[in-house]
Design a protein around this ligand. Structure first.
Ligand code: ACO
Length: 335
């Protein structure tokens, strides 16, 4: 009998502080009308003082564990998708391991906004190979700490948040085909120049705002429109499925125009496409599991449904995963 990885727990967390378009209007030369029309975003959340990526991730993780009905010490591996870990090292995963009281090995995976798909693949592979029985996969980012709130081209887009899934070994298919890709020649399209080994944070770098996200928005937009349908189709093919088998599409929540146009190209109807970008903004690695938790807690998803997760981001990176839903109802009473 083949060994599969199934999603048995889901959790998410958004920090409390809300940043609205009206507040951004007072910070940069923009308008609620421009932001809403160009991105679909109305508000986003910001991590509070003393709150960093590990804290967001840990809160999502504890909710996913409760939903799965599992104690922390039963987890064999923790994988955290993030590009905004609390520190260069130790990893966010080690900090989350400590906060949750896990006893397993823990590491980060960084593929920018595609990190959750990459982390999921790591967890699925560990289970399918028999090296792990239960894996906690978290996507968490706090990109507000890397956002230039004087740059209207980027500061309207990003928010903070985290989502998590528990994977468990299963006899029936859960996570099916996963396809991932990278193209480092697109490295300058979306980058945080300073803070790494290429450009340490110096007074000169800070003065030039090099510690913040730099983005060629229109190029990223075109890349996203091309790659979302392509990689979703490839992941369906890898699962011996076609678009007609898909019940739900959960794309990376970057921009409503990207979500709508990519879904149109795939021939998915609007009510099959999950979007929460209006009130989360782009939470990077948190976005897909946050949207999944929205779908899950809304009660619309049923056992046997087929979902596609699809992400893209800096690197450039992209990835899609096809998931057969094996859960029944949420176990949220402990929250
Ligand atoms: N408010 C008002 N005007 C603005 C704003 C703003 N916030 N931002 C830009 N403009 C202006 C520009 O200056 C430009 O003015 P001009 O015509 O006088 O030069 C005009 O609006 C149009 O600018 P564009 O950049 O062409 O606008 P576009 O429609 O492409 O929207 C956006 C910009 C929203 C950034 C879009 O390109 C986008 O969403 N790109 C994808 C970004 C993305 O997904 N990034 C995350 C990737 S995931 C990761 O790894 C982090």
């Amino acid at each position: 009998m083949s060994r599969h990885a199934a999603i048995t727990g889901i959790g998410s967390y958004l920090p409390e502080t809300v940043l609205t378009n009206a507040e951004l209007e007072r910070m940069v030369d923009t308008s609620d009308e421009w932001i809403t029309t160009r991105t679909g975003i109305k508000e986003r959340r910001l991590a509070g003082d003393g709150e960093a990526t590990s804290h967001l991730g840990a809160r999502a993780g504890v909710r996913a564990l409760k939903d799965a009905g599992l104690a922390a010490d039963t987890i064999d591996l923790l994988v955290v998708g993030t590009s905004s870990a609390d520190h260069v090292f130790p990893s966010a995963a080690c900090l989350i391991q400590d906060q949750l009281g896990l006893t397993c090995s823990a590491h980060d995976v960084n593929a920018a906004c595609t990190s959750f798909i990459y982390a999921l693949q790591t967890g699925v592979t560990a289970i399918e190979s028999g090296r792990a029985q239960r894996v906690l996969v978290i996507g968490a980012d706090t990109l507000s700490r890397f956002t230039d709130f004087t740059d209207r081209g980027t500061c309207i887009l990003f928010g903070d948040g985290a989502g998590a899934v528990v994977l468990e070994a299963s006899d029936e298919p859960g996570v099916m085909g996963i396809v991932m890709g990278s193209d480092g020649s697109g490295k300058d399209m979306l980058t945080i120049p300073a803070g790494g080994s290429a450009m340490p944070v110096t007074p000169e770098a800070l003065a030039a705002h090099e510690q913040f996200i730099k983005m060629v928005g229109t190029d990223v937009f075109k890349f996203a429109l091309k790659i979302i349908p392509a990689v979703t189709t490839q992941a369906l093919e890898a699962s011996d499925m076609t678009i007609d088998d898909l019940d739900w599409l959960i794309p990376h929540q970057a921009n409503q125009r990207i979500i709508t146009a990519a879904a149109d190209r795939l021939g998915m109807s609007e009510d099959q496409v999950i979007s929460n970008v209006e009130y989360t903004g782009n939470t990077s690695s948190g976005s897909i599991p946050l949207a999944l938790d929205d779908l899950y807690t809304s009660g619309r998803i049923t056992r046997g449904d087929t979902l596609a997760f699809v992400g893209f981001g800096a690197g450039l990176t992209w990835g899609a995963a096809i998931v057969r839903w094996t859960k029944t109802t949420p176990n949220k009473e402990a929250l």
